[in-house]
Design a protein around this ligand. Structure first.
Ligand code: BGC
Ligand code: CA
Length: 310
């Protein structure tokens, strides 16, 4: 029997494309990005405080803007800072903006994408202290994309190419399996993985999604996989054998990703999007772009960190 759960609004953030949530135990903030406007959000569940800043470019309304610099993903570093997959490259910065409100972003030199056709999308620090992030075309029919890794010290290597739309990713606790979504492939794949180095081995299909688009994912402490299925209003849990065992139904169609947060990592925070919705659809789902929360009775795992040198 599949369990059915619901979720409450945790943060009425009204994002355009909220993505990549991560619980930061140092600041006790839930952090996430709003990709197109380039916002980095923080929510403190203890006080209810919700803040945001632009990692680069002008701050402004949560819509795609010519003066915004999109940010695909954010991760934590070992020194309390943040690591980013910006629209066309990697960057590092402190945990908070300066008192003036300016954010001192340091781009990683020597690597860049052609931002007129593709952009970075989902990414996460790996268990080996590097940061993995993949790309997607701005438009369907765009060039093939790839998954990259930023290693400590700042070099970037391509893990594999031939990707349609790079999306959710996570590693098993024993580091022998890597779960990965190419949204255009219609499912979640699993790679074998060298637990010492992270080198990827054989790739196979883990689950196939017949309706909707597989998007962000996270593994929980039971080794089960939570997947946001964009377009269906569902966040789903699959057992290690690939069986569906829980469905969280949201009052919005476009969940994008999720992570466990709170001091005991027992709250599942789900990010959502209002991108591509018509005004009539937004009127029917006014909470599209908000952050939802559910306590499904299991816990998450502490987030990996990028090893910041120097
Ligand atoms: C992308 C969105 C896309 C969605 C579903 C997200 O990760 O950022 O632009 O619409 O996946 O494919
Ligand atoms: Ca995503």
């Amino acid at each position: 029997m599949t369990r059915q759960l619901s979720a409450d609004i945790a943060v009425p953030s009204q994002c355009y494309l909220a993505e990549g949530p991560v619980w930061d135990p140092g600041t006790r903030l839930l952090r996430w990005v709003d990709i197109n406007p380039g916002h980095v959000h923080g929510f403190d569940p203890a006080t209810g405080a919700h803040t945001r800043f632009a990692a680069a470019g002008a701050d402004g309304p949560a819509v795609p803007r010519a003066d915004a610099v999109p940010v695909g993903a954010v991760g934590l570093t070992t020194t309390g800072g943040l690591v980013f997959a910006m629209v066309d490259g990697f960057a590092l910065g402190p945990g908070q903006p300066a008192a003036s409100g300016d954010y001192p972003l340091s781009p990683v030199e020597g690597f860049g994408l052609d931002r007129s056709v593709i952009r970075f999308n989902d990414g996460k620090p790996s268990p080996w202290g590097d940061f993995w992030a993949g790309t997607m075309p701005w438009r369907r029919g765009g060039p093939a994309c790839a998954l990259y890794k930023l290693i400590p010290g700042g070099q970037v290597t391509e893990l594999f190419g031939g990707v349609g739309l790079s999306n959710g990713l996570d590693w098993s606790d024993d580091r022998t399996r890597f779960f990965y979504v190419d949204s255009f492939s219609g499912g979640v794949d699993v790679f074998t993985c060298d637990p010492a180095t992270g080198e990827l081995g054989e790739r196979s299909r883990f689950i196939t999604i017949d309706n909707g688009i597989p998007d962000g994912l996270t593994l929980d402490a039971d080794g089960c996989l939570w997947l946001a299925v964009f377009g269906t209003g569902e966040a789903r849990r699959y057992t290690p054998a690939g069986d569906l065992d829980t469905v969280i139904r949201l009052p919005v169609d476009q969940p994008t990703s999720m992570t466990f947060g709170g001091d005991d990592l027992s709250t599942l925070y789900i990010t959502t999007a209002r991108e591509n919705l018509t005004p009539a659809e937004i009127a029917a789902q006014p909470h599209a772009g908000d952050i939802f929360a559910c306590t499904p009775g299991t816990t998450g795992r502490p987030a990996n960190r990028y090893l910041a040198l120097g």
